[in-house]
Design a protein around this ligand. Structure first.
Ligand code: F6P
Length: 365
């Protein structure tokens, strides 16, 4: 029997439903089957840079956390050890503290590190593996935009929340003959908007992969009017934009210390303002925001996250450092962490888009 190991665990990037289910599966199987012990690292990679952000993580700590959203370890999407934001005078400077992170893992006597996160966290894990750190990854995000895996956990729950929101907006839209524009997360990928748009019966689905034209939106709305449908639901990704137009950005990366990505938002309003120039119908915008990320995970996400958490221990047992767990054809397998660096986008020629079009859903192109 292999020797019991001491493993560090961190959750990085935006939280999503299922993180606690994963931690629970990892710790329970790790302790019961392998005799491993775990060290919880708080606030993502920040916990390996700042002092006093580590604590023992035992089976006791995982009691009652299965249905809980968020993460018991806390998270941060600004703590990249390769460009870590440090206060200097009135401003911020970014420093490479990755060697310090490797040293900290040695000080903590970690035999390996489990990094749970989206593309940012996993790509940092990949870089740290390049520095010799023994690390395995677990993919999570409501955006479902990681190419290494067929699905990330968190996506199913977010899809349910958005679908329910669309259902609810239907009745009030119909009562008032309004056009409801619903802005949905997902960054530069349209998976969440596409799938919840289909599930929630949206009339128009606007995703980053298909820039939209206002004339096309007007045609779809007019077609509905001729069928005596005087209300409409437009599901729009936060990353969607009009042809020839720009992304709607709330904050530039440069204004967010340590954050290598822009903060998106406002695409719904842009779309509504463009439409308002041409139609008399009342238009209302709903921004679902972080409601899509909070709260209890769906059963499907709990199961997927549990599978990921338990599978990590196979990778550790087999010495598959530098890999992450992934769902491929319904099997949980190991794939190289480098896979997480490839972004995934909606296949605009794929079945889902084709079938949606054939049912009369407009994509604004
Ligand atoms: O990646 C998950 C996600 O929720 C995106 O859909 C969204 O653009 C982003 O995170 C929001 O990040 P924050 O919580 O930092 O505003």
């Amino acid at each position: 029997m292999a020797r019991p190991l001491r493993l560090g665990v961190l959750t990085g990037g935006g939280d999503c439903p299922g993180l606690n289910a994963l931690i629970r599966g990892l710790v329970r199987r790790g302790v019961h089957e392998f005799g491993h012990s775990f060290v919880g690292i708080e606030n993502g990679y920040m916990g390996l840079v700042e002092p006093e952000l580590v604590r023992p993580l035992g089976v006791e700590d995982t009691r009652g956390i299965l249905p809980k959203g968020g993460t018991i370890l806390g998270t941060s999407n600004k703590a990249n050890p390769f460009s870590y934001a440090v206060r200097e005078g009135d401003g911020w400077v970014e420093k490479d503290v990755s060697d310090q992170v490797v040293r900290r893992c040695e000080e903590l006597r970690l035999d390996g590190l489990v990094a749970i996160g989206g593309d940012g966290t996993l790509s940092i894990a990949h870089q740290l593996a390049g520095k010799g750190l023994k690390v395995v990854g677990c993919p999570k995000t409501i955006d479902n935009d990681l190419s290494g895996t067929d699905q990330t956990f968190g996506f199913d729950t977010a899809r349910l929340i958005v679908t329910e929101a669309l259902d609810r907006l239907h009745s009030t839209a119909e009562a008032h003959d309004r056009v409801m524009v619903v802005e949905i997360m997902g960054r530069h990928a349209g998976f969440l908007t596409l799938e919840s748009g289909i599930a929630g019966g949206a009339d128009l689905i606007l995703i980053p992969e298909i820039p939209y034209r206002v004339e096309s939106l007007l045609e779809t709305l007019k077609r509905r009017a001729t069928r005596r449908r005087s209300f409409s639901i437009i599901a729009i990704s936060e990353g969607a934009y009009p042809e020839g137009g720009a992304l709607s950005v709330l904050a530039e990366a440069a204004d967010i210390p340590g954050r290598g990505v822009v903060r998106l938002g406002g695409s719904g309003k842009v779309c509504a303002d463009l439409l308002a120039r041409h139609i008399d119908a009342e238009i209302r915008v709903t921004v679902l925001g972080h409601l899509q990320r909070g709260g209890s995970p769906s059963a499907a996400d709990r199961v997927l996250a549990t599978r990921y958490g338990c599978k990590v221990l196979d990778l550790v047992r087999d010495g598959q450092w530098g890999h992450m767990v992934a769902l491929r054809n319904n099997d949980v397998v190991a794939v190289p962490l480098s896979e997480s660096r490839k972004e995934r986008r909606v296949d605009v020629q794929g079945d889902l888009v084709r079938f949606a079009r054939s049912m009369g859903i407009g994509f604004g192109d």
